[in-house]
Ligand binder design. Sequence first.
Ligand code: COA
Length: 179
Amino acid sequence: MSEFSNNNPEQSALGEFYLRAGIAADIEAMALLTERASAHSVGEPLPPTIPNAAEAYGELQKRRHYDGYWSHLAFDADKLAGFTAGYSGTWKGEDDKTNSQYLWLLMVDPDYQRRGLGRALVRVAADASKQNGAENLILYAASDNTRESKLYESEGFEKVSSVLSDTQGELAKYCLKLK
Ligand SMILES: CC(C)(COP(=O)(O)OP(=O)(O)OC[C@H]1O[C@@H](n2cnc3c(N)ncnc32)[C@H](O)[C@@H]1OP(=O)(O)O)[C@@H](O)C(=O)NCCC(=O)NCCS
């Protein structure tokens, strides 16, 4: 069971975890977790744009400067258990930045998977996007990553199109209407 730290008033409870917005100093832990979570997807397609921690670190450093970047991190005491990150607009750039938020990454450490944390983080991203005035939460998922699709569809996301990525093959574009 997580314990609240007395010196961070911004954190809140998320089930058995505690939640706070990410800061620059979190990037390394987020990159390491991305590698661990991705490795655990063996047998299913990985989120293949980010094959290892070094590349994840570079991408996280780059994208945290994008318009409207956000991240929400879930901790078990001091251990990062999962996170989600995104920004305004979308990866493909075809959606209006003023009304769409892009859920770029959703990562749960293998030690904490299948406890509802992935679902809880999707809800956090949706609630925060809605509070910021967005009408849509967009994401792209590997078409054949069944665990991801199940999660998103059960949270109300609808598949709106398919796109072909150079590195990831066919991706399904999902949209959650927030209004
Ligand atoms: C996808 C991921 C975030 C799910 O996190 P999680 O905390 O284990 O998910 P939850 O426990 O909240 O499960 C939510 C739903 O996802 C689906 N799901 C999760 N893991 C699954 C599995 N191993 N097999 C089948 N369905 C699964 C189920 O529909 C589940 O709902 P249910 O528990 O009611 O059956 C996690 O597996 C992960 O980090 N994977 C590697 C990274 C990745 O692929 N990220 C997404 C792309 S950025």
